[in-house]
Design a protein around this ligand. Sequence first.
Ligand code: AMP
Ligand code: FE
Ligand code: FE
Ligand code: ZN
Length: 279
Amino acid sequence: MIDLHSHTNQSDGTCSPAELVTEAVRAGVTTLGITDHDTFAGYDMALPAAASAGLELVCGIELSTRLHGHSVHLLGYFLDASDLKEFRDWVLDLQASRRERNVRLAVRLRELGFDITIEEAEARGRGMTGRPHFAQIMVEKGYVRGIREAFDKYLDESGIGYVFRREPQFAESVAHIRKAGGIASLAHPIRVNDDVPALMPELKDAGLNAIEAYHSDHDVEHVELYLGLAKRYDMLVTGGSDFHGAVKPGVRLGTGYGGNLRVPDDVVEKMRASLSPRR
Ligand code: AMP
Ligand code: FE
Ligand code: FE
Ligand code: ZN
């Protein structure tokens, strides 16, 4: 079983990298992509556990990019070659912009009367502190009833606590991934604000070469739609659960919500076959 979209506690998941490997093996996953937000730390740390468990790991990352004024998630795969210093440096830049945003977000939330510090948020977020960590603190301190309320009222772009983050443009991000020899896949297209079929020519021009057709949030019709777009625009297909552990309790590794996900075996074979021979 294949699952190419998962998060560790190095971003906003709850499992440590080693725990994620154990969970994946227990769930029957044989190939696991780790796609933490803006960091490779979880993947790097999972390597020894995966090697001893006989689990095949795929190096991935999930980037938050800007497209037509909205945030669009972009997955990058096979970015583990040793000569990718330029790409990894660029990721460090993204982390710096995230940290700078988090400092301002903590100030803003304090202005709104919440007792929340940047130190508290960073203690939870480790390498990649994000809004979900702020949301968890707000829930625990009783300021909101749940993560959803924290986002709806305060943290979403429409929320009163929202602070701007400098995010890389979609096309720029695709270019970085492709230049590094990786595969760039449009993450959970169902969550893209704009009409995806209408966007496709532009995404193709930007160098996008894959679509995440299989995802826990996609029902059968969505999967068909995105498989059709991948075929039409001659792109690869990727897929995964978007497992985050206890913060997204319904989502299971490999199988999604109640078994609504199944990523075909040939997905990874086709991805590998598309890579340039130097790997
Ligand atoms: P950040 O990367 O810090 O800007 O936070 C973005 C992350 O917050 C996303 O990757 C999601 O995991 C999470 N997120 C965004 N919007 C919501 C929402 N409405 N409810 C719950 N989680 C959300
Ligand atoms: Fe996330
Ligand atoms: Fe995402
Ligand atoms: Zn994700």
